[in-house]
Design a protein around this ligand. Structure first.
Ligand code: SF4
Ligand code: FES
Length: 219
């Protein structure tokens, strides 16, 4: 029997709440989230994460059960928002409410269990000013691969997967409203996902711009 494996830590032993906030803020901002406005709750939750870090070597979610298998548990390393895009967007927060959507002013009631409303949900994907006209960007929203395009000041979202040989359409380029596949040049109209090739149209998603933020509707 050898020595037990030392716990591998993502952060050093003296990590502070401020360090975690600095690490997490840019990451969650890109996903349309911010720390809850309830600072006492944020402090309490991050203290719990530091306790778990000391024990396990990583910043697992305090409100979810770990299996002990790092591969399986990777989905609950905080912040886990990218893994649970649709559900969190519907609840307007992550499970315990450490993070809330940037469009929420007061998160003090967004703690603990909140019923996620049924039906379509708007997911914030970018700031309007992030993208210039003629730009295409790849979005990974849960299991969905989406290409987000800006044409004539408007935003369009469509499946990122070309129906010919599955190339990533967001790597292509725009010719007016046509998104050209980077591999063999199939053209997709970003407004409705149509192409000249039979039975090969791609799915599109509704996009809304509110208060300078771009939202894609899922579900
Ligand atoms: S649910 Fe919230 S606190 Fe838990 S891991 Fe996800 S982001 Fe972190
Ligand atoms: S993979 Fe898109 S045109 Fe061939």
């Amino acid at each position: 029997m050898g020595e037990p494996e030392p716990v591998r830590r993502r952060f050093g032993p003296d990590v502070t709440i401020g360090d975690l906030k600095t690490f997490m803020t840019p990451y969650v901002e890109r996903l349309g989230y911010k720390f809850n406005t309830d600072e006492a709750f944020v402090t309490e939750t991050l203290e719990a994460e530091i306790g778990i870090l000391d024990e396990t070597g990583d910043i697992y979610c305090p409100c979810r059960l770990r299996t002990g298998d790092p591969k399986q548990d990777a989905a609950i390393v905080c912040p886990c928002i990218a893994v649970n895009v649709e559900q969190f967007a519907a609840m307007r927060k992550c499970w315990c409410g450490l993070f809330i959507r940037t469009d929420i002013e007061d998160g003090s009631s967004l703690h603990g269990v909140v019923e996620a409303p049924e039906g379509p949900v708007d997911v914030r994907v970018a700031a309007e000013s992030d993208m210039r006209d003629g730009e295409v960007r790849h979005l990974k929203l849960g299991k969905r691969d989406i290409a987000l395009a800006r044409v004539g000041g408007r935003f369009f979202a469509l499946s990122n997967v070309c129906r010919h040989a599955f190339a990533p359409l967001a790597d292509g380029y725009l010719d007016g409203y046509a998104l050209m596949c980077p591999w063999h040049g199939w053209r997709y109209d970003v407004r409705d996902g149509t192409t000249d090739h039979p039975n090969a149209d791609v799915k599109t998603y509704a996009v809304a711009v509110r208060g300078g933020e771009v939202f894609v509707t899922l579900g």
